[in-house]
Design a protein around this ligand. Structure first.
Ligand code: JJW
Length: 452
């Protein structure tokens, strides 16, 4: 039995997002977001589920925080719902919305847990979508104003700030693939949205510095590790496009102020261009304090003519898969973060999300024996240890998620929580993985046994 120890200042946390857990969508002056609209269109979300009630964390946050305390995490990553602060996106500030997050933040601090706040985790005010949403440059300034209100209100209480969660999902998944709100299928639109989100990120970082807000600010990109299936030139190029679409398209502007040329060229051939205005790229590449990486999966890609993912198809080679169909690929976590470090330099890294979806059952003993999730975490924690041992400045890890919650287009059918949600009673039941994570945090180490 080997013991792999983590540095004492390594930050263990969990993550959630406003629309996925809060419910109370019409309470205390909250305005509608694009996810209220989208989830209420029949056929958009599995089972026609929506976030109207979700985990009811709007009312039950004290229970959630008690769970976090029991778990022993140092930090809790959650998001602020823009439409609670500015119901119309612009205009009047809704004090009741600020008051709500003030209560949450105070309760966290009281419990000895640091808040980590994501400003944009997908709930764009519908009023802004009605004027074009992220495709309209006016949304950039509306976002910076929203951020400034939140910064000023919580300055000194919140130390870690994340501007955007998973800009790939906000842009391509929502506007090209069409699976997420607002549900468009238009490459030009997706590229425009991605660009405007990144400009909004850069402008927000600038404003954060100008205002002298305490703490640190960064952004979160969702990266995947795809390798070419074979060494054929076609496979290499197809896979480079596929991975570049997720990874370099967002990482290169963030750190280098430029888009990857090979993809700019590819998109141009498809009739789409980035609407870059003078100064945009410098704005996007504002120096940040850390990068957040969400890592779930990866795999192998090969060339397939006219495949929807830019002529790259994923090859099935017998990976174990989670209940949402994603490959279990712990080595990909190591490779992704090693690549981030080698390519973009000595930026502190947080894994702002990682976790596994399994079809959990509450058994007659009143427990949830999610051995598969424990195995997933354990395998990924080994990779964290390898990364730290390799000198990658990995500072922390947030498990997705504290609770089972509204998994976007998958509704409530997909569970990622350390805590099981009984959606009928809203009762919260810690799963076995909760106690596993609690044990790792308390020990500051994982145990690894060689298989005989
Ligand atoms: C990609 C589907 C074609 C969330 C995807 C679907 C079709 C190329 C989990 N992360 O709930 C990515 N999540 O809110 C944020 N991350 O493609 C948090 N990424 O693709 C979690 C879904 C996702 C996805 C889902």
């Amino acid at each position: 039995m080997a013991r792999l120890e983590f540095p004492p200042d390594f930050v263990w946390g969990t993550a959630t997002a406003s629309y996925q857990i809060e419910g109370a969508v019409t309470e205390d002056g909250r305005g509608p977001s694009i996810w209220d609209t989208f989830s209420h269109i029949p056929g958009k979300v599995k089972g026609n589920d929506n976030g109207d009630v979700a985990c009811d964390s709007y009312h039950r946050y004290p229970e959630d925080i008690a769970l976090l305390k029991k778990l022993g995490v140092k930090v809790y990553r959650f998001s602020i719902a823009w439409p609670r602060i500015l119901p119309q996106g612009t205009g009047e500030v809704n004090q009741a919305g600020l008051d709500y997050y003030n209560r949450v933040i105070d309760a966290l601090l009281e419990a000895g847990i640091e808040p980590c706040v994501t400003l944009y985790h997908w709930d764009l005010p519908q009023a802004l979508q009605d004027r074009g949403g992220w495709a309209n440059r006016e949304t950039i300034d509306a976002f910076v104003r929203y951020a400034e209100i939140v910064f000023r209100t919580f300055n000194g209480k919140v130390r870690q700030w994340i501007t955007f969660n998973e800009t790939w999902c906000v842009s391509f998944l929502s506007n090209f693939v069409g699976d997420h709100a607002p549900g468009n299928k238009d490459l030009q639109l997706a590229i425009t949205v991605a660009h405007h989100c990144m400009v909004a990120h850069g402008k927000t970082v600038k404003r954060f510095r100008e205002l002298g807000i305490q703490g640190e600010i960064g952004t979160t990109h969702n990266l995947y590790w795809y390798e070419p299936y074979s060494s054929s030139q076609e496979d290499i190029e197809a896979c480079r496009r596929y991975r570049g679409w997720y990874n370099e398209w967002f990482m290169d502007p963030t750190f280098r102020g430029e888009y990857p040329a090979f993809l700019v060229e590819w998109f141009r051939k498809k009739g789409a261009e980035v609407p870059i205005q003078p100064g945009d790229m410098e704005t996007i590449a504002q120096k940040i304090d850390f990068i957040g990486i969400n890592y779930y999966s990866g795999g192998f890609g090969r060339y397939k003519q006219d495949h929807k993912n830019f002529d790259c198809e994923e090859v099935q080679i017998g990976f174990d898969k989670t209940h949402i169909g994603w490959n279990v690929y712990p080595d990909g976590l190591y490779k992704t973060l090693k690549w981030v470090h080698d390519t973009y330099g000595d930026i502190p890294i947080y894994i702002t999300e990682n976790g596994a979806c399994y079809d959990d059952v509450l058994t007659s003993d009143g427990k949830v024996h999610d051995a598969d999730r424990i195995a997933y975490f354990h395998k990924h924690f080994i990779q964290l240890h390898r990364l730290i041992a390799s000198g990658v400045p990995l500072r922390g890890y947030f498990a997705w998620s504290l609770l089972d919650n509204f998994e976007w287009a998958e509704g409530y059918s997909k569970r990622f929580g350390l805590v099981y949600m009984n959606y009928e009673t809203l009762e919260r039941i810690p799963k076995d993985s909760f106690y596993f994570f609690q044990h790792v945090i308390a020990n500051g180490a994982i145990e690894v046994e060689d298989k005989k």
